[in-house]
Design a protein around this ligand. Structure first.
Ligand SMILES: *Cc1c(COP(=O)(O)O)cnc(C)c1O
Length: 233
């Protein structure tokens, strides 16, 4: 029970931190969506988070996303995990937004699944931080990827996502700043693409250890797990 009550309290603290970071950077807190990363908790904790006013949840495993989505279909479920072709059918149509797309073949497959389901699937393109992460595409490959996505009518690109290096706030902040910069440069050239299914308004960046920094650099979505769901954070 205390853990569950704790979720409400921690949600308040996170919102206060978000507001503070917004005040520091002259932004409106309404511009920043708090996604509760529920990958380590079960449906009772999700229910408490809903009571605390959180309606966006992040999952990194397709089967868990499907299970929790089907338990709470009114909430918005974000897929933030490693994409595997075989499991995409569980994600497409259920996910409000797929944050972790960076492979062309996966893009084509999402498009086909979305077409079959009669939906448009919203996605973000995950960019690599150039360090230890294997996931995400090289910033230089972003444009060709967008050109490819422009040919997929059941896909809608809404922005970019990144995972920053852990345990190094300074490098994390630089990573966020470069993603915002890449977004600005690329958004400038989007007219040349003439694609109405590509926009780069969203920046999904920042987790428990670094979301205030991500907000200072322009995050529009923060993915917070431990700070919301774990007792000792
Ligand atoms: C687990 C996870 C998070 C949340 O991490 P915390 O440190 O618990 O806030 C955010 N994004 C991705 C992609 C994750 O896998």
């Amino acid at each position: 029970m205390t853990q569950l009550q704790g979720i409400g309290k921690r949600a308040c603290q996170i919102r206060a931190t978000i507001s503070e970071a917004c005040a520091q950077s002259g932004r409106d807190p309404q511009e920043v969506l708090l996604i509760g990363v529920s990958k380590t908790v079960d449906v009772d904790a999700v229910e408490q988070a809903i009571t605390a006013g959180i309606h966006d949840f992040g999952e990194n495993r397709p089967c868990e996303l499907a299970r929790k989505h089907d338990a709470f279909p009114e909430q918005r479920w974000h897929f933030i995990g490693n994409i595997q072709s075989r499991q995409l059918n569980q994600v497409v149509g259920r996910a409000y937004l797929i944050h972790s797309l960076w492979d062309r073949d996966h893009a084509s497959r999402i498009d086909r699944l979305a077409a079959a389901a009669g939906v448009i699937q919203d996605v973000l393109i995950e960019v690599n931080d150039g360090e230890d992460n294997k996931q995400g595409l090289d910033p230089r490959d972003l444009w060709p990827m967008l050109e490819h996505c422009a040919t997929l009518p059941h896909l809608r690109v809404r922005g970019l996502m990144i995972m920053a290096p852990a345990h190094d706030p300074q490098r994390a902040r630089q990573t966020f700043a470069s993603l915002a910069c890449l977004r600005d440069e690329t958004a400038h050239r989007l007219v040349a693409l003439g694609a109405d299914n590509i926009a780069l308004d969203e920046l999904s960046m920042g987790m428990t250890d670094d979301y205030p920094l991500a907000i200072l650099e322009g995050a529009t979505m923060v993915r917070v797990g431990r700070a919301l769901f774990s007792e000792d954070s």
